[in-house]
Design a protein around this ligand. Structure first.
Ligand SMILES: N[C@@H](CCC(=O)N[C@@H](CS)C(=O)NCC(=O)O)C(=O)O
Length: 213
């Protein structure tokens, strides 16, 4: 049983331009879990971040009891548990085949997202130290993962005909590419994913956490 009796709010650290932070924030909005957003960049606000999170890795979620959680997948697992205890159906089923299917679609979303973030990091290196072949490999992996998600999307949602974490994580990843690496998004190549992104980005939970910089 999660101890959420403390009256302090949850605190979410990290900018919404991180797709990992944003998928957690959207999930908290969807579940109606209030939180304080600590909007600090791991690169530009290191001095302010150091006392909060010397790992300089986001998202980090501080629970009402002061406990700190790292790694977005574990944050989402915690939030699912909290939602379940409060009587809300979790975005990732707690067991069975449904859980596996959602998790595997999330795995594809994370490959696409991690490769997109890696492309951005490669771009941050001094021009003479950039490795075009590596960026090309990352781009191919990102597109392979988005392509596999596109194939899985036949209706309104990726799994089981209802909104799951697979949809939220996928759309958070697409949002990152389109906002931070717009030249990397192959417009028109993934029509089903573009439709999913349009629908979810127009939802209350996504509108509440616009990508910042
Ligand atoms: N697997 C991690 C990835 C988190 C991640 O890479 N966050 C980036 C921001 S998008 C970060 O903290 N980068 C700084 C760093 O890795 O030093 C998660 O899902 O939480």
């Amino acid at each position: 049983m999660i101890d959420a009796t403390n009256s302090r709010e949850h605190q979410l650290l990290g900018l919404y331009d991180s797709p990992f932070v944003r998928r957690v924030a959207v999930t908290m909005q969807f579940y109606g879990i209030p939180y304080e957003h600590v909007s600090l960049s791991v690169f530009r606000h290191m001095d302010a971040m150091r006392p909060l999170n010397p790992l300089f890795k986001v998202p980090m979620l501080t629970l009402p009891n002061g406990e700190k959680l790292y790694e977005s997948a574990y944050l989402l697992d915690y939030l699912d548990e909290l939602a379940t205890e409060r009587g809300t159906s979790p975005l990732t089923p707690r067991g069975g085949r449904g859980r596996r299917h959602v998790q595997q679609a999330m795995a594809l979303a994370m490959v696409a997202t991690e490769k997109a973030v890696a492309i951005e990091y490669e771009r941050k290196r001094p021009p003479e130290r950039q490795w075009p072949e590596w960026s090309s490999r990352l781009r191919d992996q990102m597109n392979q993962a988005f392509g596999m998600l596109e194939e899985r999307l036949s209706g309104d949602f990726l799994v089981a005909g209802r909104l799951t974490q697979a949809d939220i994580s996928t759309v958070a990843g697409i949002g990152f590419v389109r906002h931070v690496l717009p030249h990397e998004w192959p417009t028109g190549q993934y029509p089903a994913l573009e439709g999913l992104a349009a629908r979810l980005e127009a939802s209350t939970a996504f509108l509440a956490v616009p990508i910042d910089a």
